[in-house]
Design a protein around this ligand. Structure first.
Ligand SMILES: [Zn+2]
Length: 149
């Protein structure tokens, strides 16, 4: 892109003044951009904190009463908040397992509680059953050894 053209003023004083104004504007552009990224980083850190609190709140509700599962964080809120794993238990055979939320094919805006009816127990599926999953906790790490498929 060609640099922006500023018509050169006729008087020397005006030329000096223009050069000064251009210098100021360029410095201002850099300063405002730096402020913007600083503010954005702060905002992102606060969103991350909010996501973490939302997950912790849901975990407390699941631990104390186990319901209602709705409202719950979305997949991306859970991942962003540091809880990328969902601990579940099969409602029928009680086998516990961990779901890697980051690896799910569902859109990241999917709510965690909407997964209850979509996650299927492999053991029961083999037996031709499709029980729903009981949602237990959002966690930072998987808690159970990988169950054989
Ligand atoms: Zn099962």
């Amino acid at each position: 892109m060609a640099p922006k053209y500023h018509p050169t003023p006729l008087s020397g004083g005006d030329r000096k003044a223009l050069a000064k104004e251009l210098g100021k504007a360029r410095a201002m552009a850099n300063m405002l951009a730096a402020q913007s990224s600083e503010m954005r980083a702060k905002g992102e850190a606060m969103i991350q904190q909010a996501d973490r609190l939302l997950c912790e709140s849901w975990n407390e509700r699941m631990w104390s009463d186990g319901e209602p599962i709705d409202p719950s964080p979305t997949i991306d809120q859970a991942v962003n908040g540091g809880f990328p794993w969902l601990e579940i238990r099969c409602a029928r055979c009680k086998t516990p397992s961990d779901v890697d939320l980051a690896a799910m094919k569902h859109p990241p805006t999917t709510f965690v509680h909407d997964l209850a009816s979509r996650l299927r127990c492999r053991k029961c599926a083999k037996a031709g059953r499709r029980p729903s999953a009981t949602l237990l906790q959002l966690t930072g790490q998987p808690r159970h050894p990988r169950t054989e498929a």
